[in-house]
Design a protein around this ligand. Sequence first.
Ligand code: NAD
Ligand code: UD1
Length: 346
Amino acid sequence: MPDTDLQQRKILVTGGAGYIGSHTSLALLEAGYEVVVLDSLVNASQEALRRVELLVGRSLTFIEGDVRDRNCLDRLFSKHDIHAVIHFAGLKAVAESVAEPLAYYDTNVNGSLTLCQAMQAAAIFRLVFSSSATVYGPDAPVPYREQMPRGWPASPYGASKAMVERVLEDLCAADSRWSVALLRYFNPIGAHESGLMGEDPRGIPNNLLPFIAQVAVGRRGRLGIFGSDYPTRDGTCERDYVHVMDLAEGHVKALEHLGSSGSYAYNLGTGQAVSVLAMVNTFQEVSGKEIPYDVSQRRQGDLAAFWADPTLAFDELGWQAQRNLDDMVRDTWRWQAANPHGYSAE
Ligand code: NAD
Ligand code: UD1
């Protein structure tokens, strides 16, 4: 049976200072939970958490630490009565994972193993895991459905997500006390509607929306569109973009649903595919800024088009994306225009 009495309980959010984690921490506080964030700040700023507190008018507990540090986790679990864990902490740059596979397997796989070992020792068995649509692998038919088998993702990053899903399934099969949600995100974009929080990538952005936003705000000259000869409506790749606040609310729903023994995978996407050119056009319309671009070669590893069948998350979690493409782009632009250098004051 789903647990309906989770509010006022303490949730550990690993990687909670990051892009999706900070928005989810805000949604958790707004829903009445207490939040403990564990983050090494390797790819985040504590300023994001300050803004969460400012927006919600409540404080959270921040612990700077590494999810691979068992002693740190043991101390955390003995000090705080944690009801459930949402595990975002990890590395996520696909190309970097090809160049540095050991770092990615260590952080994403070993980090998850260490977390589960510490949770088990502390008798905490409720977990929401940040997975990805990449686990369906390059050969899966669209739309992606949860009952399809996992594929073999091309990158170490994708493989690390598929491996952790398998570990969590095995753990649930071996011990019925575990209750795990595997949330497979499609392409998260957007920002909190206040414009105070958003995505703040370090260095040159790998992902489409942050790159477009930085061109619009004058930090980059031109967008490179990676290929226009795909078998899609306009020749550019199509993706299922989902607003980060919809995603955050999906985590709250998944948390509320935890309680049944076992592991459950859910797609968090809109079910709609949007091309790169359509995204550029929408951004120009919404922001009023021109986005100069060049079409370059395909990026290695890119798939032509994929999108979610989000039916299961609706049927079982009662979750459905509420925000449309204009909302996603408008909120991205509000954040980027008000914070041209992200959370840093430069
Ligand atoms: P992010 O980099 O903004 O957040 C990850 C956070 O984890 C950062 O705050 C970082 O400092 C922290 N972290 C990294 N290694 C750590 C460690 N060893 N110990 C403690 N903290 C550590 O990324 P995000 O976009 O918010 O993604 C969150 C999760 O969702 C990641 O696991 C990512 O793989 C997954 N995901 C993201 C996307 C996406 O497009 N953003 C898509 C699918 C899945
Ligand atoms: C990428 C990862 C995926 C990961 C996801 C979220 C790859 C191959 N895949 O997905 O595993 O889960 O990020 O972090 O890296 N594009 C451009 N120009 C740019 C940037 C992107 O044309 O400067 C295009 C890409 O070719 C793609 C689309 O925009 O078709 C979206 O790209 P991106 O935001 O990087 O997401 P994915 O490639 O879908």
